[in-house]
Design a protein around this ligand. Structure first.
Ligand code: NCD
Length: 305
């Protein structure tokens, strides 16, 4: 019998569940950096990745995580799949399910696609991002990165800036970080401000200057033009002038403020080059590195007997 523990979102996790995953991820991070032996606990497991949207860091780090735990990984490729011969999404997932993989890691543009799959496939379903709804492993790796940099999460003020309305990263982060006791601010123009939030107590600002002062963490986001009427958004130079994270705005936040971005970054649109590349203040590549131990923790949690 396959494992059927899924990770479809942060919403269903308690603060204790999140902390346990972060502790496990930190142990893997320590082992990866010290070169300690990692037990191949997923040696007999087969994992299929199904990415219906593009990805560099999420897919690769899931793959690396699975390899480090000894699992076999098979990539289903949308472009060469039978979807291109008009097979439906449902028939595609029933077909993949009939091969009895132990887990499927899925990224999909449709709202709750991983939840739909979890009801129809006899294996663990791990959400690698669905629509604007949830991207749980990104929120976990972000929380791990914050905990490493600041030593804690409770009591920190975290500003999430830019295209919050269309961002699954923002949604999952708001849930994870507020469950862990952080104070959340959202800074966005009206047309990128969500109409409602997945958690209570979010402070909203329409100006960067007002919202950034005193923040411990500044989380920037790419404008998700593929999920909006992009005629509503100003040109890149204007957006950068109004909402880009520049050195001046970072200085305004204060010397304690550290910068994050889930990637892919659009340089000199939402974030200035020198801020993105700042070796002390920017945690962007650290986030990427933390993707591997975080996903190891999630895979082991979902797949271990
Ligand atoms: C994001 C995503 O795909 O949700 N990236 C990621 O997974 N690190 C954000 C984005 O595409 O802008």
């Amino acid at each position: 019998m396959n494992a059927t523990r899924h990770l479809t979102g942060i919403q269903s996790l308690s603060a204790d569940d999140i902390t346990a995953l972060l502790d496990k991820a930190q142990n893997f991070a320590d082992a990866l950096s010290s070169g300690a032996k990692i037990e191949r606990t997923l040696k007999r497991k087969t994992i299929i990745t199904m990415f219906f949207e593009n990805s560099t860091r999420t897919r690769l780090s899931f793959e690396m995580a699975a390899h480090k735990l000894g699992a076999s990984v098979i990539n289903w490729d949308m472009e060469t799949s039978s979807l291109k011969k008009n097979e439906t999404f449902l028939d595609t997932i029933l077909t993949v399910g009939a091969m009895n993989p132990d887990a499927v890691i899925v990224r999909h543009g449709e709202y709750e696609a991983p939840v739909f799959m979890a009801k129809r496939m006899n294996c663990a379903i791990i959400n690698a991002g669905d629509s604007w709804r949830e991207h749980p492993t990104q929120a976990l790796l972000d929380a791990l990165t914050i905990r490493q940099a600041k030593g804690k999460i409770a009591g920190l003020t975290i500003a999430i800036c830019g295209d919050v309305a269309h961002s699954r990263v923002a949604a999952s982060n708001m849930m994870a970080l507020s469950k862990l006791g952080a104070k959340i601010r959202v800074i966005a123009p009206d047309f990128l401000m969500p109409q409602k939030f997945p958690v209570t107590g979010v402070e909203t600002f329409t100006g960067m200057e007002d919202g950034l002062t005193g923040c411990d963490i500044i989380m920037m986001l790419r404008n998700q033009k593929e999920r909006m009427d992009s005629t509503r958004i100003p040109d890149d130079a204007t957006f950068h002038r109004q909402y880009g994270l520049t050195r001046e705005r970072l200085d305004l936040a204060g010397p304690q403020a550290l910068v994050m971005h889930p990637g892919p970054i659009n340089r000199n649109v939402e974030i200035a080059d020198d801020v993105a590349d700042d070796p002390v203040r920017s945690l962007i590549l650290k986030q990427v590195t933390n993707g591997i131990p975080t996903r190891m923790a999630v895979l082991e949690d979902c797949l271990r007997p």
